[in-house]
Design a protein. Structure first.
Length: 108
């Protein structure tokens, strides 16, 4: 469930709080129409989003195949989600504090 938590958090930040994923798919369109990409650093967002979506889906699929599920797993998933969010926010704070503004409306 750690993969699902990390992937979902990344997709939420990159796809909902910023335009990174949208801009990545715009670069894919540019590549298909013109044959070149002006911002390869943004272009990578498109395959990253697809692969991260796969991580989330297959993490849940893998969990669905576990035989001895329990309700305490939900608590572990919530704890993993909180820890992953804290980890990502700490990384932003340490290395790219200019991006912390995207969290201000959600974490006050």
């Amino acid at each position: 469930m750690l993969g699902a938590a990390a992937g979902a958090f990344w997709l939420w930040t990159a796809g909902m709080l910023t335009s990174f994923v949208r801009n990545g798919f715009e670069r894919v369109s540019m590549l298909l129409h013109t044959g070149h990409v002006d911002r390869p650093d943004v272009f990578i967002a498109a395959p990253a989003a697809l692969v991260t979506g796969g991580l989330v889906i297959f993490s849940f699929w893998g969990y669905s195949r576990v035989r001895n599920k329990s309700w305490s797993d939900l608590g572990l998933f919530v704890a993993a989600t909180v820890l992953v969010a804290g980890f990502f926010i700490a990384i932003f704070a340490a290395f790219a504090p200019q991006y912390l503004n995207m969290f201000r409306t959600h974490f006050r």
